[in-house]
Design a protein around this ligand. Sequence first.
Ligand SMILES: C[S@@+](CC[C@H](N)C(=O)[O-])C[C@H]1O[C@@H](n2cnc3c(N)ncnc32)[C@H](O)[C@@H]1O
Length: 202
Amino acid sequence: METDAVPAKNYQEDGVCIEHTELPSLPVLSKVPHTYPGCCLSLSAPLLSYLGTLMPAPPNIVLSVGSGYGLLEALLLSHVSSLSLVGVEVQPSSNRHLPASHHQSVPGSRSLHPLAAEATTWLFVYPKRVGLLEEYLCEFGGLGVVRIIWAGPQADWDDYKTCFERPDSAMRWNISVKSADTVGGRPWDLIAIANIEKTHAV
Ligand SMILES: C[S@@+](CC[C@H](N)C(=O)[O-])C[C@H]1O[C@@H](n2cnc3c(N)ncnc32)[C@H](O)[C@@H]1O
């Protein structure tokens, strides 16, 4: 995997670059969900295990779009051996937990990262804007991606699910939706797994 064309750096909010050795230690997750400052999605050990089962084996790449502090992504990297995951954030990145080798940044919130063309799984955790998923699908859908995992508030899902139902799209998705509390999260969160069924020319 080539992620170092532009060397990734980790920045604190004040813009100071932090080195790998200064990454904060990861919390030990409990059996019940807890909300951590570094992740909008409430996390638990069962939820991490569940999300781990959705991660592809190497050399497949997971791209987490809008990884924020990178807490969930760093926990996944520690939980799933040999996981090839890259979190992408807007510059200056709020990343605290991901080592530079697993982190990339984009110049602005309208920017897309080209690693999406290679990644087979995309992760969107508490994205802010439906358009971001639409733009990724428009630009990079039909290339490498075969699975998209969306995690966020139940109340937001109706807006996001329309991205997978566009009649003009060449992609057909098989979507399974779980209330997060059934897999170790909070009842107000939802996990959607969209697996590609087929891609055809339109
Ligand atoms: C609500 S936060 C969620 C962060 C993290 N996933 C979490 O659960 O804590 C949404 C994140 O998406 C990031 N974001 C917005 N547009 C983006 C883009 N085009 N590429 C990458 N990240 C983006 C924002 O900077 C923000 O950190």
